[in-house]
Write a protein that binds this ligand. Structure first.
Ligand code: FO1
Length: 327
């Protein structure tokens, strides 16, 4: 069964790790293509950092810091300490010593003219993703970055998404998200084909605005989802209106939307077939009546929980399989 998933950072990575465990536990050989958000990417100290890609690499490669959900397990910050001693800025984004290895080699290979897809494929090799049946694709090879328009004492300005997310902790309201160049970015090789040929398309509980939403902004992605014969099943990133992690509520507010699972499903309304909600939201009414809703406890406390949730998503997709109903 060919599965294609759009994924952002921590929530997406944890869900996909659960999906692989579910498939492996059921004796299925995973055939999963993950389309990763690259809007979080940032250049720091001359190095190209790709947080969502790295979170997927480390989580699916078994090396992620479980307590943080990002970065490497058992990492240290000796280099970061040296950078601080030199007064290098910024100091609000922690790059561990082991993590820096990834950014150095990514930057070297990009500097040699390799595409982000080629680089990501080489990084994935080292972390054994092909051996788990996973193909990890950046959404585009075009360098793009999400910026956030905010207004504070310094007036209205755009800050990099990571500064808003990490330094400001989304405490300053986002007026809008801008991804310079996204409308001219080409989908990376294999991305549109993976959506068109999938047997099942999954939307993990990643941030619907700054992760999934950015991937949907890549030309051709939304059309491929609309036109795909495969059932598209999403997992709510909100439970009873609260994000399980991160600042999805602040991101929805930037779009003038309430922090509800129905609002998130509404962002996917033109292609969504199935929607997994937590029992706390079991009575939700979606604007597109044809979307089939299934209630399943959605707290991904561990791999076993993530595996159960992924199994429920696949079961819902199986019930929805076959030519999409019109309308
Ligand atoms: N998140 C933080 O809250 N603080 C950090 O210092 C931080 C550093 C960092 C370094 C590498 C990386 O891959 C991710 C990192 N993150 C950090 C998480 C990151 O901001 C988010 O996971 C995603 O960008 C949002 O999806």
């Amino acid at each position: 069964m060919r599965i294609t998933a759009l994924a952002g950072g921590v929530g997406g990575a944890r869900f996909l790790n659960g999906l692989l465990h579910h498939l492996e536990a059921h004796g299925e050989v995973p055939e999963v293509t993950v389309i990763a958000n690259t809007g979080d990417d940032i250049t720091l100290y001359g190095l190209r950092v790709s947080p969502d890609v790295d979170t997927l690499l480390y989580t699916l490669g078994g090396a992620v810091s479980e307590s943080q959900g990002w970065g490497r397990a058992d990492d240290s910050q000796r280099v970061q300490g040296e950078l601080a001693a030199y007064g290098a800025v910024p100091q609000w984004f922690t790059l561990g010593d082991l993590d820096l290895g990834t950014h150095i080699v990514r930057s070297q290979w990009l500097g040699q003219g390799q595409s982000l897809s080629e680089v990501t494929g080489r990084l994935a090799e080292r972390w054994g993703l092909p051996g788990r049946g996973v193909r990890l694709l950046p959404m585009t090879d075009t360098p793009v970055e999400t910026h956030v328009v905010i207004s504070d004492d310094d007036g209205q300005r755009a800050v990099h998404f990571q500064e808003w997310w990490v330094r400001l902790r989304a405490s300053v309201p986002a007026e809008r998200f801008v991804v310079a160049g996204l409308d001219r970015a080409a989908a990376a090789p294999g991305v549109l084909d993976a959506l068109r040929t999938a047997d099942v398309i999954l939307l993990p509980p990643s941030n619907p605005v700054v992760s999934i939403g950015i991937i949907l902004g890549v030309p051709g992605v939304r059309d491929a989802l609309r036109g795909s014969a495969a059932p598209v099943v999403g997992v709510s990133p909100l439970i009873a209106g609260a994000p399980v992690r991160g600042h999805a509520d602040a991101c929805l507010a930037a779009l003038g939307l309430p922090s509800t699972t129905a609002a998130v499903a509404g962002l996917y309304a033109d292609f969504l077939d199935g929607w997994l909600v937590d029992p706390a939201d079991a009575g939700v009414r979606l604007e597109r009546a044809r979307v089939e809703v299934h209630a399943e406890p959605l707290l991904m406390t561990d791999v076993a929980a993530a595996s159960r949730i992924a199994g429920a998503a696949l079961e819902l997709a199986a019930r929805l399989s076959g030519p999409r109903s019109a309308g």
